[in-house]
Every structure is written in structure tokens, then in C-alpha cells.
Design a protein around this ligand. Sequence first.
Ligand code: NAD
Length: 268
Amino acid sequence: MGALDGRVILITGAARGQGEQEARLFVAEGGRVVLGDVLDEQGQALAGELGEERAVYVHLDVSQEEQWLSAVDTATGAFGALDGLVNNAGILRFNELASTPLAEFQQVVQVNQVGAFLGMRTVVPALAAAGGGTIINTASVAALSGMALLTSYAATKAAIVGMTRVAALELAAKRIRVNAICPGAIDTPMTNPAQLDPNAHASAAGRESVGEAAAPDEMYRRLVPIGRIGRPQEVAKLALFLTSEDSSYITGQPFVIDGGWLAGVSVF
Ligand SMILES: NC(=O)c1ccc[n+]([C@@H]2O[C@H](COP(=O)([O-])OP(=O)(O)OC[C@H]3O[C@@H](n4cnc5c(N)ncnc54)[C@H](O)[C@@H]3O)[C@@H](O)[C@H]2O)c1
């Protein structure tokens, strides 16, 4: 028996990174998944690998209201119902506050914050019709602690935690639980462009962290008490817990998964 037997979950940004690992784990646990992304080729390939009985890909730019409606239609059309959403899609831009162009700030808000809002709002009727469900919003440690160069990103991730709490209050009566995940540094193409292009270098400034140009492994060994960057599979396990009945009495909370990074200042 899997933890998600009989459940249908829509995952955004599912073509790669954490979303991909969530899709793989959810299917391994008996769930059926709808993969939404703007990377159509990768998303379709993943859905094909997982099998048409278990996975379907839909082009979903989370910043576009009408694409959310067709994604939910795809889910209910393919699998008969929708029981959960993982708002995972996100983008990251580095800039100093004083030099952040308005267009860049608004782009990050449009994808990360408006995307999560549209997703929650659009799935509520389907989740309610299914008798209840779960929503996970992917925030970040940047929602809870300051990080230089991340004004726009941190703004959206803090907003996601705020929306998570309000949604949990409003939707509890419909038996919909809403929680947030706050990852620290996780090894995906967002933090490590070398995963996409072996010739690219993942400089310290290209990672969601502060630090000099130390080699990334050494940087994480110093910064993170557990001594390494996190794996997307580890985040997927938290998403599984919050999507399954194992977390039946948990709603409205941000869950930090960061190897201890936010626990305090290390003196050694
Ligand atoms: N990697 C980290 O260190 C880290 C840390 C904290 C939070 N996060 C968050 O975790 C989530 C997943 O990121 P990841 O690390 O897997 O990065 P990633 O860049 O590998 O994956 C992000 C996915 O979102 C998709 N996406 C981007 N814009 C989209 C849009 N408009 N509509 C639909 N899909 C879109 C991308 O195509 C990609 O598949 C993001 O919300 C990110 O902000 C990541």
C-alpha cells in the first residue's frame, strides 16, 4: 500500500528539480500526477517515463490564469478528480535592492507569488468536490531569514508563507490542509546551472546563498550544520508527508528543510 493510493496531485514546475522528484516519489507511493511546467519537452518525457496510467503532462505557465483552468480540467478529465496541489514552480533572480529593475521585481512576483495564489484559488472547487485535499506551497528559507541580493525572491517567498496561513484558516472547513515548505540550499538546476550545461560554472553568486567565491561544496560545508547541500529527493519526502494522511492534523505551517542552516550561528 502506498501513502498516496488513489490520490491525484497536480505539481507545478514538475519537469525538473524538486518538482520532478516529487512526481517520481508520489507515483512510487501510488499517486497519479499531473505535471505542469513551461519546459514541455522535459515534462512530456517525464510523464512518458512514469506511464500514462500514472502521469499526464500539461503546459502550465503558473502566471497565466486561463492556463490554470485548463490544467485542472486536464487533471479531472484524465483521472476523474483532483485531491492535491504542489505549488512548486519558481524563479530566482539575484540583484541588489538599489539596482533591481521594476520589471525584474514584477516578473518574480508574477511567477512565484501570483502563480501560487492562482494555483490555490483555482484548485479549491475541485479539492472541495473531492471531499477535501492538500495544498503545498514552496517557499524558502529566504521567507524567514534575510539573504543579500534576494529582495524580489524573498518578498515572494514571505508572501507565500503569509498566504499559506490565511488559506489554511479559510479552507480547513472544506477539509483542505495548506502547508508550506521552506527549503535551504537544494541541489537543482536553480542553484547549480552546471546540471544543465556541464560547461557552466555554478559560482557562489549563482546560488541561493551568500558567500565568497569558495567552491560550492566547501561553502555548504561551512554554512550548513549538516555539512552539505540538500537533495531534491529529501524535499520530496517532506512533500509526500504533507500530502499524505500521515500529516492529517497539520495545517497552516511553514516547514524548514535546510540541514540546520537557520538553527543559529555556528562558532566552529
Ligand atoms: N534549489 C533551491 O536551493 C531552492 C531553495 C529554496 C526554495 N526553492 C524553491 O523550490 C522550487 C523548485 O525549485 P528547484 O530548486 O527545483 O529549481 P528548478 O529551477 O530546477 O525548477 C523550477 C521549475 O519551475 C519551472 N518554472 C519556472 N517558471 C515557471 C512558470 N512560469 N510556470 C511553470 N513552471 C515554471 C521551471 O521550468 C522548472 O522546471 C521553487 O519554487 C524554488 O524557488 C529552491
